[in-house]
Design a protein around this ligand. Sequence first.
Ligand code: HEC
Length: 149
Amino acid sequence: MKTTALIAAALLAGAVPALAAEDPIAVRQTLMESMGGAAGLTAGVLKGEIDYSPAIGKAAITATAGVAEAYADYFPEGSDTGGNTEASPKIWEDPAGFAEQISKLQAATAGAVSASGKSGPADAEAFKAAMQPVLATCKSCHETYRLDD
Ligand code: HEC
């Protein structure tokens, strides 16, 4: 239980101060760092570096679903430059295309949430199966909408 709580906290910790700062670039980057955390956790479980438990799996999946829900709100006009953003201008040039990637991400995370049931995917295999569609969205969106990827 202790490990689970620590990992869940690590996935979410970064988001709070950035949200308070109301800097859309910082917020969206922090949200993506949670995605990176969830992807890293999945890799760690699959390599056997992290002992799997259903609660850990559920925490990671819940974090990706939270990001998917919030993410599109942090691309207001004028936030295409500034900070150290890697957001591609295509997000603002082709909002429909970007919205489609967001929808795909939301569908994948919603699928993972329902696959994880009440107490999380039962074992590492079930966790991997639930996360795979979510992980498939990363490259597809980054290819077009994130610079230098
Ligand atoms: C809907 C599009 C989209 C999807 C899906 C997506 N990303 Fe991103 N990601 C972006 C964009 C855009 C940026 C750059 C944002 C910026 O710098 O302002 C980014 C940046 C990042 C960053 C860098 C964050 C930082 O600190 O600057 C990481 C890490 C990341 N994504 C991981 C992931 C992972 C892992 C997944 C899949 C589980 C994923 N992303 C799915 C659009 C997406």
